[in-house]
Design a protein around this ligand. Sequence first.
Ligand code: 1QQ
Length: 377
Amino acid sequence: GCSSGNNAAPAANGGGSAPAQAPAAEAGGGEFTAQIGVVGFLSGSGAAYGEAQKAGLELALGELNEANKGKLKMELKFEDSGGEKEGAINAVNKLINQDNVVAIIGPTLSGEMFAAGPVANEAEVPIFGISNTSEGINDIGEYVFRNSLPESIAIPTAMKAAVEKKGIKKVALIYAANDDFSVNGYKVMKATAEKMGLEITGEATFSNGDVDFSAQLTKLKQTNPDALLVSALYKEGSMVVKKARELGITATILGGNGFNNPKVFEIAGPAADGLIVATPFSPEKQDEKVQAFVKAFEAKYNKKPDQFAAQAYDSLYIMSQSLLGAGKADREELRGQLAQLKDFAGVSGKLSFDEKRNPIGDAVVVVAKDGKFVPFE
Ligand code: 1QQ
């Protein structure tokens, strides 16, 4: 629960700058060490997201500490949020107050960032989302950054491609009503459908943790949509896809960022075939940098990276570049460097920020085929 024992009077600093507590850091000449906290969905129903992020970060850490020898040594402190807001808040508090990190990467879910981002922002610690795709993430405050492409860019890209190639005119929507990301994705899907002049035949909701979606899908099937738009995390989303096919729904199925993980194929099996998703990253992309990353990832983990691994990997390169620019492990300097980031070329695409630190980037549209995502064309 909420402890109320800590009633320190707010500092009367008239909105000025409270002294940022500088983590142990050495400026000038030699190598400096930077402790970076990571908050990930490392256990529970979305653990594959956190695992992918951890893998991407650890791959980048090895490469960067090698490349930065004599200048910068980064250390990562992982905390498991379990995908819960409370868990994310506790993790952020611990990383800031006990571990004295210079910055935090994560947490995984938008809902977690909405809960824990304000804690870091208040403490003036840069916090960098690598998979927060909801609207409003950057509005938390000026210490909040992300390299995750918002659903407001990704989903319309996928919907336009799907409508064009499949002649879709009528859509039905289904989403997790108790998850901030899923709700945001649904809103984007609905607004995009309306903008495109598509008819919305029906809507249904479920909750994260649900395992039975037959009632909702049976109802939506009767509305006879050309496409089913699903906004969900991989576990529930994949079960929805599977059930939809079992019930004989033949509509095109399109989903958001939650589907960008290979667990989809494990859970939905062959029913995943044809699922359309927008992602900023595709391991198939014919790009030197992407292919070098895919190769290094495969050598280390014996599997292909997903978009969560890719954006995590990119985030540490961004941290490294920004810390080197700062010249010391200082939260304020680091924030300034992050805010200046422009045209960063990562494996998940080119990245720069708009005036609200929202990432500007492109989505690619992929389709599930025989157990993997391939370009949708
Ligand atoms: C968010 C997402 C999820 C799919 C992350 C796992 O995009 O919560 O914003």
